[in-house]
Design a protein around this ligand. Structure first.
Ligand code: UD1
Ligand code: MG
Length: 456
């Protein structure tokens, strides 16, 4: 742990420009709230404390953070009224005033800042360090004004800027490092006599500079890391660029084919193996891992799942929190969820749903079937229209099916129930009691009709 580093994340604002009932930092990028991205990066720096300043929907923001991280170093301080970023930082005074530390300030609405960039910023020991970037269109951001010798002079907000200042392309990222004590001393000196009537954190570096302290500027080259989300257009644009960058990396570094990269969504947290082909309109979310030589056909969504090598996912499948083994084929129009596991060489066909079910090696469920809370052995065939009746209206019950079983079309397996190895059920059976190995059951309720000889 870096005991001399604290991190403050500003996240109390509503984000008026989002035109939303939901606090801005709760809006999602890559399927996770903006604030979660920032907390994740903050944790990588291993600081002594992470303080999140909350205000608007404080409870929801704290919940969203708590859902993803249980690190006790993350704490919350409340800013009662959103009087500006300077006031937001000042609300951490009680928590941090006795710390002899460096304070890294992050913005809850700048989600893509990278760990390495922040490490460069905190390596400096100036009273203040500011991360900046040059933008073609700096509209909306605070401009960084340098003096003739190129040194920092002050930050001026868009709404307070003169025409000449508005022409400056170097912007304030809203990410700073401060000597903690000097920050709080300077915060006591800021006012709100400006176009927005707010207490600006951006006034602090100017105050420090005026007191003879060093203010270091870190001009970064990657705008995507530094851009903030203030409205939905920026949010969509950031999502688009994040996606484009991820797909480009997968094509150039991982050797993945995208038939139509512009219509595919892939999370930057996903991994995809060499020579896998992704067709149009595919969505790959969360920490999904897809192996080599797979084919993912159009219209499929895969979320937080593991797909082996040489797997084919046919059109329009939904695969969530599940595993598909090597050489298996899924779909078209299949649904895997809740820890469904297909072993190797399996086949799950159209209109088949698997929930919390293990399908053993080489087993098949090709048509119109629901398998829930089931454990199915190897080389077993599940006939069309089979249903594990796993829910009695109150509780869920398990179904266990052995190896080399043939479940006839339209069989109802009323759980809890077991079907032994090598057994068969006739079409239309309603199985309410365990089926012995190597027997054939039929009827409603199903009864043993014959027991097969070893050879049968
Ligand atoms: C801020 C900077 C601007 C910079 C930009 C970078 C100020 C005055 N301006 O402007 O120079 O270019 O970020 O993205 O700091 N917040 C609070 N409490 C408040 C107000 C804001 O916690 O009272 C939080 C917000 O939730 C947000 C962050 O501070 O996460 C930044 O606030 P925002 O209103 O988005 O500031 P910008 O106008 O973007
Ligand atoms: Mg902002």
């Amino acid at each position: 742990m870096n005991s001399e580093l604290d991190i403050l994340i500003l996240a109390a604002g509503l984000g008026t420009r989002m035109r939303s009932g939901k606090a801005k930092v709760l809006h999602q990028l890559d399927g996770r709230p903006l604030i979660a991205h920032v907390c994740e990066t903050a944790l990588k720096l291993d600081p002594a404390n992470i303080l999140v300043v909350v205000g608007h929907q404080a409870e929801e923001v704290a919940d969203a953070v708590g859902k993803e991280f249980s690190d006790p170093r993350i704490k919350f301080v409340t800013q009662e009224k959103q009087l500006g970023t300077g006031d937001a930082a000042a609300s951490a005074r009680e928590a941090l005033k006795d710390r002899d530390s460096q304070l890294l300030i992050l913005s809850g609405d700048v989600p893509l800042i990278a760990e390495e960039t922040l490490r460069k910023l905190i390596d400096n020991r100036a009273a203040a360090g500011i991360l900046t970037v040059r933008l073609d269109d700096p509209t909306g951001y605070g401009r960084v004004i340098r003096s003739a010798d190129g040194m920092f002079e002050r930050i001026v907000e868009q709404k307070d800027a003169s025409q000449a200042e508005l022409a400056v392309g170097e912007i304030n990222s809203g990410i700073y490092s401060f000597d903690t004590r000097k920050l709080f001393a300077a915060l006591a000196k800021i006012g709100n006599d400006n176009a927005q009537g707010e207490y600006y954190l951006t006034d602090v570096p100017g105050i420090l500079k005026g007191e003879g302290e060093t203010v270091a500027l870190f001009l970064h080259s990657d705008p995507l890391e530094i851009e903030g989300v203030n409205d939905r257009r920026q949010l969509a644009e950031m999502e688009r660029r994040l996606r484009a960058r991820t797909i480009e990396r997968l094509m150039l570094e991982s050797g993945v084919t995208f038939v139509d990269p512009t219509s595919v969504y892939v999370s930057p947290r996903a991994s995809i193996g060499r020579d896998t082909v992704i067709f149009q309109n595919v969505t790959i979310e969360g920490r999904t891992a897809i192996g080599e030589n797979c084919i993912i056909r159009p219209g499929t969504r895969i979320t937080s799942s593991k797909i082996g090598d040489a797997v084919e996912i046919r059109d329009n499948c939904l695969i969530a929190d599940s595993t598909v083994g090597d050489r298996s084929i899924v779909g078209p129009m299949a649904h895997l969820r809740g820890n469904a596991e297909m072993a190797e060489d399996c086949r799950v066909g159209n209109f088949v749903e698997l929930k919390k079910t293990h399908l053993g090696k080489g087993s098949k469920a090709n048509h119109l079937t629901y398998l829930g809370d089931a454990t199915i052995g190897e080389k077993t065939n599940i006939g069309a229209g089979t249903i594990t009746c796993n829910y009695d209206g109150k509780d869920k019950h398990p179904t266990t099916i052995g190896d080399n079983v043939k479940i006839g079309s339209d069989t109802m397996l009323v759980a809890p129930v077991k079907v032994g190895d090598g057994a068969s059920t006739a079409a239309g059976s309603v199985v309410i009691e365990d089926v012995p190995a190597k027997s054939l059951v039929a009827g409603v309720p199903a009864k043993v009709k014959k027991t097969m000889s070893e050879k049968a």
